[in-house]
Design a binder for this molecule. Structure first.
Ligand code: FAD
Length: 444
């Protein structure tokens, strides 16, 4: 059986950050990186907006400001982003403050989906040149501990459809899409975890002229009362997309998302952004994923096997949107997600969530007048499954000797830069030089 010092499951930013940090050590370990896809499938590939300001993307259960700022500087030094200019932010921030909302000022870079793919290719090529072995298109299926491992011996075996490998240190960074795999792994290895937090909301799509802030600030992050916020804004050549998930019995359901191409592509004049409410579940219903899955299946049922889309003009009148009246007169642009079903989001979204979202949208319309134009589209559901939170034993995200769980899947990040920073901390743990967590991390 082949062996490597370190196996990394997942080639997203968390896994890549780990690999580069390990290679920079005095005696680099041998590394195998596995990914079930041919390329990393997360946000590095989709739109690739990179945020370099605390607290964007950094869950406070795993990070404090000083630690995040320290690691962000290292991520920035490595990735060398071109930070976008922001204009008129104080005008919008002043309006937000008067409504009890906030606007975060963030240093951002944007590569676009095509630019992100180029970045991934160059990073993977560089790792290859430096001796990292890749198993792309090769999913990790099972992980089990080596019985009686001691001293410097290997501690884990990993099976893929193609082989079995062993390693001393294992990094598991499967992203949001790898939730089920990560939960299965934690259950089989006896790692305690909770998953009680989930974001539920809409994706709003409108003409750029109705949300002109995007010309001043690429991805404006507004925070509203009741844990409602804007997230992942895309413009210039922006599209709404759907992501497919599966219920436990294999039934498909969908969450919407958004991305845009780099400036080299022609603009379609549209902008989209997520509008989300964070839900923290308490006893007795503790699984955010089960709750989200249930809402996703319900929306898919009402949408005839697709997400639902509704015009703001119809929503205000309490009417469902219909294919026959979806376009025309004021409804003067077509949805970019053509598979979405015109319908009634209030039938599918729990009223407590929808009320908070609508209140937030009305505030947003006061800050950026026009965003609630009758033609504006609301797609439902947009669900962010952030919520596998293992109990970590130290600041390098260790959960068992030799086993570290990092990135969005393990709740140590909510964005590209924080995922990369998580990888740096995990690598330092392996190298015995972690400075990010003399303190044990809080369980969420
Ligand atoms: C559509 C979309 C757009 C986004 N846009 C942005 C953005 O613009 N800016 C931003 O900061 N964040 C964005 N995000 C969030 C961002 O993608 C994540 O925060 C970040 O990529 C998390 O990094 P990660 O390494 O934890 O996971 P990921 O980047 O998701 O990488 C995990 C990798 O693990 C692989 N994997 C999963 N299971 C297995 C398995 N069993 N075996 C082998 N491989 C496996 C997956 O194929 C994947 O490539 C976006 C996310 C999505 C889905």
């Amino acid at each position: 059986m082949a062996r490597h010092d370190v196996v990394i499951i997942g080639t997203g930013p968390a896994g890549l950050g780990t690999a580069f940090a390990l290679l920079d050590s005095a005696r680099p370990p041998s590394i195998l990186m596995l990914d079930r896809n041919a390329f990393s499938s997360g946000g590095l590939r989709n739109d690739c907006k990179m945020n370099f300001t605390w607290p964007v993307g950094f869950p406070e259960s795993s990070w404090d400001e000083a630690t995040a700022v320290r690691y962000l500087a290292r991520v920035e030094a490595f990735l060398k982003p071109e930070i976008l200019e922001r204009r008129n932010v104080s005008v919008y921030a002043g309006r937000a403050a008067r409504l009890g909302a906030g606007l975060l000022e963030i240093r951002q870079a944007h590569l676009g989906t095509d630019g992100g793919l180029e970045l991934i290719k160059s990073l993977v090529a560089e790792l290859g040149r430096r001796g990292v072995e890749f198993g792309l298109g090769e999913a990790a299926h099972e992980v089990w501990p080596v019985v009686g491992a001691s001293g410097g011996g290997d501690r884990f075996r990993i099976s893929t459809p193609k082989r079995e490998v062993s390693c001393r240190d294992l990094i598991v960074a499967p992203g949001r899409g790898g939730f089920a795999f990560l939960q299965g792994l934690m259950t089989s290895l006896g790692v305690p975890f909770v998953d009680n937090v989930v974001d539920i909301g809409l994706r709003v799509e409108t003409r750029e002229e109705h949300y002109p802030i995007v010309k001043d600030y690429y991805d404006p992050k507004f925070l509203f009362p009741q844990k409602v916020r804007t997230f992942c804004t895309n413009s210039r050549a922006a599209h709404v997309v759907q992501e497919k998930y599966e219920d436990t019995d294999g039934k498909p359901w969908y969450s919407v998302n958004g991305h845009s191409w780099s400036l080299s592509r022609p603009s379609n004049g549209l902008a989209n952004f997520a509008f989300l409410r964070t839900i923290t579940l308490t006893e007795p219903l503790a699984s955010g994923q089960s709750y989200a899955r249930m809402l996703g299946v319900q929306a898919s049922l009402l949408g005839g096997g697709a997400p639902i889309v509704q015009r703001v003009g119809d929503f205000r009148l309490g009417k469902r949107s219909k294919a026959a009246t979806m376009n025309g007169d004021l409804y003067d642009f077509e949805p970019t997600l053509v598979s979405a079903t015109p319908g009634d989001i209030s039938l599918a979204c729990p009223s407590k969530i929808l009320r908070a979202l609508w209140r937030g949208l009305k505030s947003l319309d006061t800050i950026v007048p026009g965003v609630l134009h009758p033609s504006t589209l609301m797609y439902y559901p947009e669900i962010k499954l952030y919520a596998n939170r293992p109990v970590f034993l130290d600041g390098s995200f260790l959960v068992q000797p030799g086993l570290r769980l990092i990135g969005d899947g393990a709740g140590t990040s909510r964005g590209i830069t924080a995922a990369w920073a998580s990888g740096l901390r995990a690598a330092e743990g392996i190298l015995g030089e972690n400075d990010g967590g003399a303190r044990p991390l809080k369980a969420y």
